[in-house]
Design a protein around this ligand. Sequence first.
Ligand code: MN
Length: 597
Amino acid sequence: MGQGAGGTRRTGPALAPEGLRSDTALNPGAELARQVLAYDPRADGALIEAAYTLAAEAHAPQKREDGQPYIVHPLAVAGILADYRLDAATVATALLHDTVEDTGVTLAELEKRFGKEVARLVDGVTKLTRLELQSERTKQAENFRKLVLAMSEDIRVLIVKLADRLHNMRTLAAVTKPEKRVRTARETLEIYAPLAERIGMDALKTEIETLSFREMNPDAWQTIAARLTYLRGQGADLIEEIEQDVRRVLRDAGVEAIEVQGREKSPYSIWLKMQRKNVAFEQLSDIMAFRVIVKDKGDCYAALGAIHSSYRVVPGRFKDWISTPKTNGYQSIHTGVTVPERRNAKIEVQIRTREMHEIAEYGVAAHWVYKQGEGSAATRKRYPWVRDLLEILESASDPQDFLDHTKLELHRDQVFCFTPKGDLIELPRGATPVDFAYQVHSQVGDNTVGAKVNGKIVPLRHTLENGDQVEIITARGGSPNPAWERFVVTGKARARIRRFVHARQRATQKEEGRAAIAKVFRAAGLDFSEKQVEPALKVLKLPDFEALCIAVAAGNHSPRDVLTAAVPELRTPARSIDQMPLARPRGRLGAGPTLAP
Ligand code: MN
């Protein structure tokens, strides 16, 4: 399927060491390939198997903090993505996602064995991982999110990263350092959960959010969990009873429900609501949400009508996301009602079709599944770049959007790079190491003699990309090269280079002018010094010696003008009027009157 599918990848050994241990079980790579082939018969199963083999070999010496072999992690991430029914390249990327960062495997090797597409995806995930390591310095959550989006040039990069994060959160308890656990949880809550929500991966979002909340606020978690347990005991089978009520209501109205499912809201969303409304848990009544899945759009509204005519509607809770889908593609009808015969329980009801449901749960990932019929080229075209996502975000009308439009607009034209210390430098797209250097400090810019990007020497005109680590090589007393002006893109760099070029031109002109003036002084048998020339400044209306020299070099005054202006005695009044060499304008003006009489 992939355009980067080289034939070489098939040469890898077909079986992993694990496969040899047991003669009955398939090796995990083969099993994964089989899973993918089951939903996408055209998928390249060999690609997945080979990716597994390489990852297993490369990670062989490593263990996770819980003592398990490291390969367990990439395998789990790939498994999550296969459950999402993503394409073979994405699943292979998941298997390989930590190889470049954590083992001796190089990107070039990956490209040779698995093709360009997989190498590019792994590269994207690796860059996001490096970003995480630097996150302490990139402080602001919003910048960080922007950065993650900007770096996920292919949305599959972000999806792999989210699955990676999900597995790390699931296994967070094995991390021994408490501060590391809390940091990871906070980062998940602030960065990744909103991103998952943005691309509509609601199930994943809820799970990572719940896991983070539990880590960061164990007391609140405990309280809510205990209270939920208590309510569960009290209400016995309240959820199930209401489910049956709703089914009956729909049946009586002649609406066929494919599924009616009730659930408790997640502890984190309950907690947020408590914070927002400033209420105690005891007062919080709507902790249950019900999902009604029906055949088509028409049935959605029919179901809504049936529910509204059977239960008391809670004002202000009705939202029609079907006629106006959310910016992430989400569609559903939401409403809130109370059920008098069930102890006045306040419930939330979401009504949607099966397709809307899958999109709600799996977001962009679901589009893959739905578009698979169009062929994989069309699939890729549909969501090839996060840019598409950015466009969706841009047209967002929801005021609660975490990215505001103007900033987003800016950020599409920007690249984010790092200093070797990990400081974030924002630059316009197309920026070069010279722009980077001037952004760091004008002195650094002036003294630039070379640059390394990601550890490799590059020409100064090299175009920087998101996530590049840039090291500027400087020389004390170095000076900007006028040729830089042709490729720099930042105003700061350009102004600085121009200023320098200007200054250098002035210095040359000053020297030329000075030499010319000195020559006529010496010819007249006079000493030449700045002091000697000083009287000429007033006559010629020039501010200083430098300006005088430059005026002479530029031909605005002749050296002789300067001489006679400085030493008026040299002016012989007896001379004929057309020889009067004072300032040229006077000489020229004087030419007129001689003809007049
Ligand atoms: Mn990982």
